[in-house]
Design a protein around this ligand. Structure first.
Ligand SMILES: CCCCCCc1ccc(Oc2ccc(Oc3cccc(O)n3)cc2)c(O)c1
Length: 257
């Protein structure tokens, strides 16, 4: 729907390249009229994003550095955003990390350091970002993060990231409770497998997408644009009654035993 986000300013964290889920989300939010602020950890990603934005004629409101492993970096990023725009109306959290060697084989082999790294970047980051973003959401707001079925069920190879996503989805609920009184909603999209740069880190990705084409109710995989449109819905007032929720954008695969 055109204009669904007119007058709204949304922060998008985690566009790495054209295949990023966050890039699909960016296009949906832009086409709905949103003003967009981007955060990236790596200069390389920011440069790629700049080119993508130019190519699509999207003028960012701001581009801010943010390393979610550092509380100081998160605080500085949102202080810069406050200084530039004052108020924000939404936030898209679309970043995660686990060691590649721990996204294969047995979960029982996970190292303490690898476990904590995955939790730190993929789950705790939402808590720290919400703590800072809520200060700028003085007119209410909506926060959306990205999860995967491996949070709920054992998906071979997903291992330590599955446990991190379980923590993320539980954090969505606890954060929804805390910020609901401020008129801020917190939700997750649980997307089916999408061929991104990050997906290259998970063993068995290709096999999983093949199974989905055979077994998912819609008999097809999903893409970044479908996640983008569902995220637009959750960010918008059309989802004003929804918080603490996980919406599956997976061709219905999660309902199949
Ligand atoms: C066997 C499961 C197949 C479906 C996996 C779908 C999926 C694909 C990508 C996902 O996002 C990440 C993000 C970071 C990540 O960690 C990485 C990525 C690349 C290299 C590396 O060293 N770590 C792994 C997955 C994700 O959470 C879920």
């Amino acid at each position: 729907m055109a204009g669904l986000l007119e007058g709204k300013t949304i922060v998008v964290m985690g566009v790495a390249n054209e295949r990023s889920i966050a890039w699909g989300i960016t296009k949906s939010l832009h086409n709905a009229g949103a003003e967009l602020i981007f955060t990236n950890r790596q200069e390389r990603s920011a440069q790629k994003l700049q080119k993508l934005l130019e190519k699509d004629g999207i003028e960012p409101k701001a581009m801010v550095n943010c390393d979610v492993e550092s509380d100081e970096s998160i605080e500085a990023a949102f202080a810069e955003i406050k200084e530039k725009v004052g108020v924000i109306h939404g936030l898209v959290h679309s970043l995660a990390f686990a060691k590649k060697e721990e996204l294969q084989g047995e979960y029982a082999s996970t190292s303490r350091e690898g476990y904590l790294l995955a939790q730190n970047i993929s789950a705790y980051s939402l808590v720290a970002v919400t703590r800072e973003a809520r200060k700028l959401m003085t007119e209410g707001g909506s926060i959306v993060t990205q999860s995967y079925l491996g949070a709920e069920r054992v998906i071979q190879n997903y291992n330590v990231m599955g446990v991190a996503k379980a923590a993320l989805e539980s954090s969505v609920k606890y954060l929804a409770e805390d910020v609901g009184k401020d008129g801020i909603r917190v939700n997750a999209i649980s997307a089916g497998p999408i061929r991104t740069l990050a997906a290259k880190g998970v063993s068995g990705f290709n096999e999983k997408t093949a199974v989905i084409e055979e077994k998912a109710p819609l008999r097809r995989n999903v893409d970044q644009d479908q996640v983008g449109d569902a995220t637009l819905f959750l960010i918008s007032d059309m989802a004003r009654g929804i918080t603490g929720e996980v919406i599956h954008v997976d061709s219905g695969y999660h309902i199949i035993g």
